[in-house]
Design a protein around this ligand. Structure first.
Ligand SMILES: [Zn+2]
Length: 340
Protein backbone atom coordinates (compact mmCIF):
# COMPACT_ATOMS: atom_id res chain seq x y z
CA UNK A 1 0.00 0.00 0.00
CA UNK A 2 1.54 3.31 -1.03
CA UNK A 3 2.05 6.03 1.53
CA UNK A 4 -0.75 8.26 0.30
CA UNK A 5 -3.24 5.35 0.20
CA UNK A 6 -2.15 4.36 3.71
CA UNK A 7 -2.65 7.95 4.80
CA UNK A 8 -6.19 7.98 3.37
CA UNK A 9 -6.88 4.66 5.09
CA UNK A 10 -5.72 5.95 8.49
CA UNK A 11 -7.53 9.25 8.29
CA UNK A 12 -10.82 7.76 7.08
CA UNK A 13 -10.63 5.11 9.83
CA UNK A 14 -10.40 7.88 12.45
CA UNK A 15 -13.20 9.90 10.82
CA UNK A 16 -15.55 6.91 10.77
CA UNK A 17 -14.73 6.07 14.39
CA UNK A 18 -15.46 9.61 15.44
CA UNK A 19 -18.65 10.01 13.36
CA UNK A 20 -21.65 10.77 15.55
CA UNK A 21 -24.55 10.81 13.13
CA UNK A 22 -25.89 9.64 9.79
CA UNK A 23 -25.01 13.01 8.31
CA UNK A 24 -21.32 12.63 9.41
CA UNK A 25 -21.31 9.32 7.54
CA UNK A 26 -22.84 10.97 4.47
CA UNK A 27 -20.05 13.55 4.48
CA UNK A 28 -17.35 10.88 4.69
CA UNK A 29 -18.94 8.93 1.86
CA UNK A 30 -19.08 11.99 -0.39
CA UNK A 31 -15.50 13.05 0.44
CA UNK A 32 -14.17 9.54 -0.28
CA UNK A 33 -16.43 7.81 -2.80
CA UNK A 34 -18.36 10.72 -4.29
CA UNK A 35 -17.81 11.98 -7.82
CA UNK A 36 -14.94 14.20 -6.61
CA UNK A 37 -13.96 11.99 -3.67
CA UNK A 38 -10.37 11.02 -2.82
CA UNK A 39 -10.77 7.34 -3.65
CA UNK A 40 -12.62 8.14 -6.88
CA UNK A 41 -9.77 10.50 -7.73
CA UNK A 42 -7.17 7.82 -7.07
CA UNK A 43 -9.01 5.33 -9.26
CA UNK A 44 -9.19 7.85 -12.07
CA UNK A 45 -5.43 8.59 -11.69
CA UNK A 46 -4.57 4.94 -12.40
CA UNK A 47 -5.02 5.45 -16.10
CA UNK A 48 -1.78 7.49 -16.11
CA UNK A 49 0.31 4.57 -14.75
CA UNK A 50 1.98 2.60 -17.49
CA UNK A 51 3.75 -0.08 -15.43
CA UNK A 52 1.33 -3.00 -15.37
CA UNK A 53 2.67 -4.55 -12.16
CA UNK A 54 2.58 -1.23 -10.35
CA UNK A 55 -0.94 -0.57 -11.71
CA UNK A 56 -2.15 -3.94 -10.47
CA UNK A 57 -0.77 -3.45 -6.94
CA UNK A 58 -2.08 0.10 -6.70
CA UNK A 59 -5.52 -0.94 -7.98
CA UNK A 60 -5.65 -3.72 -5.42
CA UNK A 61 -4.79 -1.45 -2.49
CA UNK A 62 -7.24 1.30 -3.59
CA UNK A 63 -10.00 -1.29 -3.85
CA UNK A 64 -9.13 -2.67 -0.43
CA UNK A 65 -9.49 0.78 1.12
CA UNK A 66 -12.67 1.41 -0.88
CA UNK A 67 -14.22 -1.84 0.37
CA UNK A 68 -13.08 -1.08 3.89
CA UNK A 69 -14.79 2.34 3.77
CA UNK A 70 -18.02 0.87 2.37
CA UNK A 71 -18.18 -1.86 5.01
CA UNK A 72 -17.40 0.50 7.87
CA UNK A 73 -19.95 3.06 6.70
CA UNK A 74 -22.61 0.40 6.35
CA UNK A 75 -22.07 -1.17 9.77
CA UNK A 76 -21.92 2.23 11.47
CA UNK A 77 -25.11 3.24 9.64
CA UNK A 78 -26.98 0.21 11.00
CA UNK A 79 -25.76 1.03 14.49
CA UNK A 80 -27.05 4.57 14.13
CA UNK A 81 -30.41 3.38 12.79
CA UNK A 82 -30.88 1.15 15.76
CA UNK A 83 -29.89 3.93 18.13
CA UNK A 84 -32.32 6.37 16.41
CA UNK A 85 -35.09 3.78 16.61
CA UNK A 86 -34.55 3.18 20.32
CA UNK A 87 -34.53 6.91 20.96
CA UNK A 88 -37.74 7.42 19.01
CA UNK A 89 -39.31 4.66 21.07
CA UNK A 90 -38.37 6.50 24.22
CA UNK A 91 -39.93 9.70 22.87
CA UNK A 92 -43.20 8.01 21.92
CA UNK A 93 -43.33 5.80 24.94
CA UNK A 94 -46.24 3.34 24.78
CA UNK A 95 -47.45 1.75 27.95
CA UNK A 96 -48.62 -1.60 26.71
CA UNK A 97 -50.15 -2.41 30.09
CA UNK A 98 -52.83 0.29 29.68
CA UNK A 99 -56.28 -0.94 28.60
CA UNK A 100 -57.12 -0.28 24.91
CA UNK A 101 -59.50 2.43 23.75
CA UNK A 102 -62.93 1.08 22.92
CA UNK A 103 -63.92 2.01 19.34
CA UNK A 104 -67.46 3.44 19.15
CA UNK A 105 -69.79 1.00 17.49
CA UNK A 106 -72.97 2.09 15.70
CA UNK A 107 -76.35 0.51 16.30
CA UNK A 108 -79.48 -0.13 14.29
CA UNK A 109 -81.75 2.95 14.35
CA UNK A 110 -84.73 2.66 16.67
CA UNK A 111 -87.20 3.05 13.77
CA UNK A 112 -85.53 0.18 11.90
CA UNK A 113 -85.60 -1.92 15.07
CA UNK A 114 -89.32 -1.33 15.56
CA UNK A 115 -90.04 -1.94 11.86
CA UNK A 116 -88.10 -5.22 12.06
CA UNK A 117 -90.05 -6.21 15.17
CA UNK A 118 -93.38 -5.51 13.43
CA UNK A 119 -92.24 -7.45 10.36
CA UNK A 120 -91.07 -10.41 12.43
CA UNK A 121 -94.41 -10.65 14.28
CA UNK A 122 -96.32 -10.82 10.99
CA UNK A 123 -93.71 -13.17 9.52
CA UNK A 124 -94.29 -15.55 12.41
CA UNK A 125 -97.98 -15.87 11.53
CA UNK A 126 -97.44 -16.45 7.84
CA UNK A 127 -97.28 -13.00 6.23
CA UNK A 128 -94.66 -12.53 3.52
CA UNK A 129 -92.82 -9.22 3.03
CA UNK A 130 -92.76 -7.06 -0.11
CA UNK A 131 -91.13 -3.65 0.06
CA UNK A 132 -92.28 -1.95 -3.13
CA UNK A 133 -91.21 1.41 -4.55
CA UNK A 134 -90.92 4.79 -2.87
CA UNK A 135 -91.86 6.46 -6.15
CA UNK A 136 -95.15 5.16 -7.46
CA UNK A 137 -97.78 6.09 -10.01
CA UNK A 138 -101.26 7.50 -9.55
CA UNK A 139 -102.93 4.22 -10.49
CA UNK A 140 -101.24 2.03 -7.85
CA UNK A 141 -101.25 4.66 -5.11
CA UNK A 142 -104.86 5.88 -5.60
CA UNK A 143 -106.95 4.61 -8.50
CA UNK A 144 -106.68 0.86 -7.89
CA UNK A 145 -107.24 1.42 -4.17
CA UNK A 146 -110.66 2.90 -4.86
CA UNK A 147 -109.45 6.50 -4.53
CA UNK A 148 -110.23 8.10 -7.91
CA UNK A 149 -109.07 11.66 -8.54
CA UNK A 150 -112.38 13.25 -7.48
CA UNK A 151 -112.45 11.33 -4.22
CA UNK A 152 -112.37 13.51 -1.09
CA UNK A 153 -110.00 11.04 0.58
CA UNK A 154 -107.27 12.42 -1.64
CA UNK A 155 -107.36 15.54 0.50
CA UNK A 156 -106.03 13.57 3.44
CA UNK A 157 -103.23 12.25 1.28
CA UNK A 158 -101.81 15.62 0.34
CA UNK A 159 -99.23 14.40 -2.07
CA UNK A 160 -95.73 15.17 -3.36
CA UNK A 161 -96.08 14.88 -7.12
CA UNK A 162 -92.90 14.41 -9.15
CA UNK A 163 -94.75 14.65 -12.47
CA UNK A 164 -98.42 14.44 -13.50
CA UNK A 165 -98.48 10.72 -12.92
CA UNK A 166 -95.51 10.10 -10.61
CA UNK A 167 -95.61 10.69 -6.89
CA UNK A 168 -93.87 9.82 -3.66
CA UNK A 169 -96.17 7.09 -2.35
CA UNK A 170 -98.52 8.28 0.39
CA UNK A 171 -98.83 4.75 1.77
CA UNK A 172 -97.30 1.37 0.96
CA UNK A 173 -100.58 -0.13 -0.23
CA UNK A 174 -99.61 0.21 -3.89
CA UNK A 175 -97.51 -2.90 -3.37
CA UNK A 176 -100.65 -4.84 -2.42
CA UNK A 177 -102.14 -4.10 -5.83
CA UNK A 178 -99.02 -5.38 -7.57
CA UNK A 179 -98.93 -8.53 -5.46
CA UNK A 180 -102.62 -9.31 -6.00
CA UNK A 181 -102.22 -8.85 -9.74
CA UNK A 182 -99.32 -11.34 -9.74
CA UNK A 183 -100.52 -13.94 -7.25
CA UNK A 184 -103.81 -15.79 -6.89
CA UNK A 185 -105.23 -16.22 -3.35
CA UNK A 186 -104.56 -17.36 -0.72
CA UNK A 187 -102.12 -14.55 -0.16
CA UNK A 188 -100.90 -12.74 2.98
CA UNK A 189 -98.24 -10.06 2.89
CA UNK A 190 -97.04 -6.91 4.57
CA UNK A 191 -95.31 -3.97 2.98
CA UNK A 192 -93.02 -1.86 5.18
CA UNK A 193 -91.39 1.33 3.97
CA UNK A 194 -90.94 5.06 3.72
CA UNK A 195 -93.85 7.23 2.59
CA UNK A 196 -94.39 10.97 2.07
CA UNK A 197 -97.25 13.42 2.62
CA UNK A 198 -97.29 17.18 2.51
CA UNK A 199 -97.77 17.59 6.25
CA UNK A 200 -96.33 20.52 8.17
CA UNK A 201 -93.70 19.39 10.66
CA UNK A 202 -94.75 19.36 14.30
CA UNK A 203 -94.44 17.02 17.28
CA UNK A 204 -96.82 14.51 15.68
CA UNK A 205 -96.34 15.04 11.94
CA UNK A 206 -93.49 14.66 9.53
CA UNK A 207 -93.61 14.89 5.72
CA UNK A 208 -91.65 11.63 5.61
CA UNK A 209 -92.53 8.73 7.83
CA UNK A 210 -92.70 4.93 7.78
CA UNK A 211 -95.59 2.58 7.42
CA UNK A 212 -96.29 -1.10 7.55
CA UNK A 213 -99.41 -2.12 5.67
CA UNK A 214 -100.65 -5.65 5.36
CA UNK A 215 -103.42 -7.69 3.82
CA UNK A 216 -104.72 -11.22 3.60
CA UNK A 217 -107.02 -12.64 0.93
CA UNK A 218 -108.61 -16.08 0.83
CA UNK A 219 -112.02 -17.67 0.71
CA UNK A 220 -114.12 -16.96 3.82
CA UNK A 221 -111.84 -14.39 5.44
CA UNK A 222 -113.96 -12.67 8.06
CA UNK A 223 -113.84 -9.57 10.24
CA UNK A 224 -113.15 -11.95 13.09
CA UNK A 225 -109.87 -12.94 11.43
CA UNK A 226 -108.94 -9.27 11.22
CA UNK A 227 -109.69 -8.79 14.88
CA UNK A 228 -107.75 -11.90 15.91
CA UNK A 229 -104.66 -11.00 13.88
CA UNK A 230 -104.52 -7.42 15.11
CA UNK A 231 -105.14 -8.39 18.73
CA UNK A 232 -102.29 -10.87 18.53
CA UNK A 233 -100.07 -8.24 16.97
CA UNK A 234 -100.85 -5.64 19.67
CA UNK A 235 -100.23 -8.13 22.44
CA UNK A 236 -96.90 -9.20 20.96
CA UNK A 237 -95.66 -5.64 20.49
CA UNK A 238 -97.07 -3.97 23.64
CA UNK A 239 -97.52 -6.86 26.07
CA UNK A 240 -99.84 -9.79 26.57
CA UNK A 241 -102.43 -7.84 28.59
CA UNK A 242 -103.08 -5.35 25.81
CA UNK A 243 -106.71 -5.17 24.69
CA UNK A 244 -107.97 -3.74 21.43
CA UNK A 245 -111.03 -1.77 20.45
CA UNK A 246 -112.43 -1.47 16.91
CA UNK A 247 -114.72 1.38 15.97
CA UNK A 248 -116.25 2.12 12.57
CA UNK A 249 -114.15 4.39 10.40
CA UNK A 250 -113.91 5.21 6.74
CA UNK A 251 -111.11 4.31 4.37
CA UNK A 252 -111.92 4.07 0.65
CA UNK A 253 -110.16 0.75 0.10
CA UNK A 254 -112.02 -1.17 2.84
CA UNK A 255 -115.65 -1.86 3.68
CA UNK A 256 -116.39 -2.01 6.51
CA UNK A 257 -113.51 0.09 7.79
CA UNK A 258 -112.37 0.37 11.38
CA UNK A 259 -110.15 2.41 13.58
CA UNK A 260 -108.17 0.23 15.95
CA UNK A 261 -107.21 1.45 19.39
CA UNK A 262 -105.25 -0.44 22.03
CA UNK A 263 -105.26 0.00 25.78
CA UNK A 264 -102.85 2.80 26.65
CA UNK A 265 -99.31 1.45 27.07
CA UNK A 266 -98.60 4.01 29.79
CA UNK A 267 -101.63 3.70 32.11
CA UNK A 268 -102.82 0.25 30.96
CA UNK A 269 -106.31 1.63 30.35
CA UNK A 270 -106.86 3.62 33.53
CA UNK A 271 -106.44 7.01 31.85
CA UNK A 272 -103.45 9.34 31.69
CA UNK A 273 -102.04 12.36 29.83
CA UNK A 274 -100.70 10.23 26.96
CA UNK A 275 -104.13 8.78 26.14
CA UNK A 276 -106.03 12.00 26.91
CA UNK A 277 -107.49 10.25 29.99
CA UNK A 278 -109.42 7.85 27.76
CA UNK A 279 -107.42 4.70 28.46
CA UNK A 280 -107.27 3.97 24.70
CA UNK A 281 -104.77 4.97 22.03
CA UNK A 282 -105.54 4.99 18.32
CA UNK A 283 -103.05 2.76 16.56
CA UNK A 284 -104.06 2.00 13.02
CA UNK A 285 -106.70 1.79 10.34
CA UNK A 286 -108.08 -1.56 9.20
CA UNK A 287 -111.01 -3.21 7.47
CA UNK A 288 -112.26 -5.70 4.92
CA UNK A 289 -110.89 -5.12 1.42
CA UNK A 290 -113.39 -3.23 -0.77
CA UNK A 291 -114.90 -5.21 -3.70
CA UNK A 292 -113.83 -2.41 -6.07
CA UNK A 293 -110.18 -3.12 -5.19
CA UNK A 294 -110.70 -6.81 -6.00
CA UNK A 295 -112.15 -5.86 -9.37
CA UNK A 296 -109.02 -3.84 -10.20
CA UNK A 297 -106.77 -6.84 -9.54
CA UNK A 298 -109.01 -9.47 -11.15
CA UNK A 299 -110.18 -11.28 -7.99
CA UNK A 300 -113.83 -12.29 -7.87
CA UNK A 301 -115.35 -10.54 -4.80
CA UNK A 302 -118.08 -13.19 -4.65
CA UNK A 303 -115.43 -15.89 -4.16
CA UNK A 304 -112.77 -14.13 -2.16
CA UNK A 305 -112.71 -11.84 0.81
CA UNK A 306 -109.79 -10.12 2.46
CA UNK A 307 -108.63 -7.99 5.34
CA UNK A 308 -106.21 -5.07 5.36
CA UNK A 309 -104.55 -2.85 7.92
CA UNK A 310 -101.93 -0.13 8.04
CA UNK A 311 -99.90 1.50 10.79
CA UNK A 312 -97.21 4.12 11.22
CA UNK A 313 -93.90 2.77 12.49
CA UNK A 314 -93.12 6.08 14.24
CA UNK A 315 -96.42 5.94 16.13
CA UNK A 316 -95.76 2.40 17.36
CA UNK A 317 -92.19 3.34 18.37
CA UNK A 318 -93.35 6.51 20.17
CA UNK A 319 -95.94 4.61 22.19
CA UNK A 320 -93.67 1.68 22.93
CA UNK A 321 -90.78 3.84 24.15
CA UNK A 322 -92.59 6.93 25.45
CA UNK A 323 -91.15 9.26 22.79
CA UNK A 324 -93.19 12.45 22.67
CA UNK A 325 -91.88 14.20 19.55
CA UNK A 326 -91.65 12.56 16.11
CA UNK A 327 -88.85 14.96 15.10
CA UNK A 328 -86.48 13.18 17.50
CA UNK A 329 -86.27 10.26 15.04
CA UNK A 330 -84.76 12.35 12.27
CA UNK A 331 -82.52 14.82 14.07
CA UNK A 332 -79.60 12.37 14.40
CA UNK A 333 -79.00 13.40 17.98
CA UNK A 334 -76.61 10.70 19.21
CA UNK A 335 -77.66 11.08 22.86
CA UNK A 336 -81.25 10.26 21.80
CA UNK A 337 -80.38 7.46 19.38
CA UNK A 338 -77.88 5.65 21.59
CA UNK A 339 -80.56 4.84 24.14
CA UNK A 340 -81.43 1.95 21.88
ZN1 LIG B 1 -103.01 6.33 29.30
Amino acid sequence: MTDDILEIYNSVKVSIDEANSQSDLDEIRVSMLGRKGLITDKLKGMSLITDLEEKKLLGKSINEVKNFIEEQLSSKRSAFSEKDFLESLKKTHVDITLPGRQPSVGAINILTQVEEEIVSIFNSIGFGVAEGFELDDDYHNFEALNIPYYHPARDSHDTFYVSDNRLIRTHTSGMQIRLMKDIKPPIAAISPGKVGRRDAIDAKHSPVFHQVEGFLVDKNVSFNDLKGILELFCQRIFGSRTQIRLRPDFFPFVEPGADLSATCVVCKGVGCKTCGYEGWIELMGAGMIHPNVFEHVGYDPKVYSGLAFGMGVERIAMLKYGITDIRMFYENDISFLKQW
